[in-house]
Design a protein around this ligand. Structure first.
Ligand SMILES: [Zn+2]
Ligand SMILES: [Zn+2]
Length: 382
């Protein structure tokens, strides 16, 4: 009993100490920004050969450029924020509130109403207060707010470059509205697909982006000059398609040569334009750019499976591909018993990820993870 009380007392102390410590840090931050602005107004940074005060602070105070710039900016506008500084000194708001307040004061100029916003800051977390300040900025000057957002659209960029191993490197910037559209489309696809899904959030985002692109190709959402749809164009030989040793890799536009496993998946049920070559590189078949499983067969499959058949995955039928349990290359048919809906990721896991998927006697789908091997066994069977 005594022990429990001791724990409670020490937890109370810990809470109290954390709050007090943060208050001290916030007051120090306040003093730091004031002096940073003073320093920026002086020539002291120039004497040391720095290109700017922010650069000097960044290097000598071990800060990021963004944090140094924020300190100077807040310090420079401090004289306009007497009520906010009082609230911070009294421990009613944090330095995070003050930084948002400073940015708002700078944006609003004469329309800035400190009294109103200090009350909001006291009642809300810094994150919520950030949103409130944006509403205040819009209310005070809708035209300026719209102009700022239009400028953010002009700042959109997406840099695409190909790494030595053929991977695509992506970096870019989207305005808040464009970013929201992107996130709204991406996030449902980036959710975990069942309890076994141990992919990192970054990996799930990347997979979701590939899913989006694949789906856009599959459903003909990409605008075309002619009436033709955009398709992945794969050129391969029969030897590659059936995975014979010694066969070359397949070729695909915008990609380095791709493995026979990938061609197998693309050809399983995808709107690829297949160009089959014989051993003399003579074109023997230009596949129709159409799903392998189409029309009534696909409709029946959608009705039966409803979504990806992988345990715990509920990606809807429109976001799946029809998988042949025995591939048509190896004589598998389009009979319902040989087909199953799989989402893009699980389809990849079966073809390239070495998982096995089988249908049990009772019709239930069973998935088997790839086995770990350490080379051939050292001795044969007895
Ligand atoms: Zn397949
Ligand atoms: Zn799935």
């Amino acid at each position: 009993m005594l022990a429990t009380q001791d724990v409670c007392v020490s937890n109370d102390l810990l809470r109290e100490r954390l709050v007090q410590r943060r208050r001290v840090i916030d007051l120090q931050e306040l003093a730091f920004t004031r002096e940073a602005a003073e320093f920026a107004a002086s020539e002291a940074w120039d004497e040391d050969g720095s290109v700017s005060a922010i650069d000097w602070i960044r290097f000598n105070c071990h800060m990021t450029a963004g944090a140094a710039a924020k300190a100077v900016a807040v310090g420079e506008i401090m004289h306009q924020l007497p009520q906010s500084i009082q609230a911070l000194t009294d421990g009613e708001i944090g330095f995070a509130h003050l930084a948002v307040m400073a940015r708002t004061a700078e944006a609003l100029g004469e329309r800035f109403d400190e009294k109103l916003l200090v009350e909001k800051a006291k009642e809300n977390s810094p994150g919520k207060f950030f949103y409130i300040c944006h509403h205040a900025r819009h209310a005070a000057d809708p035209k300026h707010y719209a102009a700022e957002q239009a400028e953010q659209v002009e700042q959109r960029r997406l840099k695409l470059s190909t790494w030595m191993d053929g991977s695509l490197l992506i970096s870019g910037q989207l305005d808040p509205v464009g970013g929201a559209a992107f996130l709204t489309a991406l996030q449902p696809l980036a959710r975990k697909s069942g309890a076994h899904d141990d992919r990192s959030p970054e990996r799930r985002n990347a997979d979701a982006l590939v899913d989006l692109s694949t789906h856009a190709l599959d459903t003909g959402l990409i605008p075309q000059r002619a009436s033709q749809r955009t398709h992945l164009q794969v050129t391969t030989s029969l030897e590659t398609l059936i995975g014979l040793a010694g066969a070359p890799a397949a070729e695909m536009e915008f990609s380095l040569p791709i493995s026979s496993k990938t061609v197998e998946r693309l050809a399983c049920d995808c709107s690829v334009t297949r160009i089959l070559l014989d051993s003399e590189s003579v074109v023997i078949d230009v596949g129709r750019a159409k799903r392998t499983i189409s029309g009534p067969a696909r409709k029946a499959l959608n009705v039966r499976d409803k979504h990806c058949v992988w345990t715990g995955c509920e990606r809807p039928a429109s976001w799946t591909e029809g998988h042949h349990l025995v591939h048509w290359i190896h004589g598998g048919t389009n009979e319902p018993s040989n087909l199953a809906l799989l989402c893009y990721r699980h389809h990849w896991m079966v073809h390239e990820g070495n998982w096995q998927i089988i249908r049990g006697d009772d019709g239930r789908i069973v998935t088997i993870p790839p086995t770990v091997t350490f080379g051939p066994p050292s001795r044969g069977p007895d």
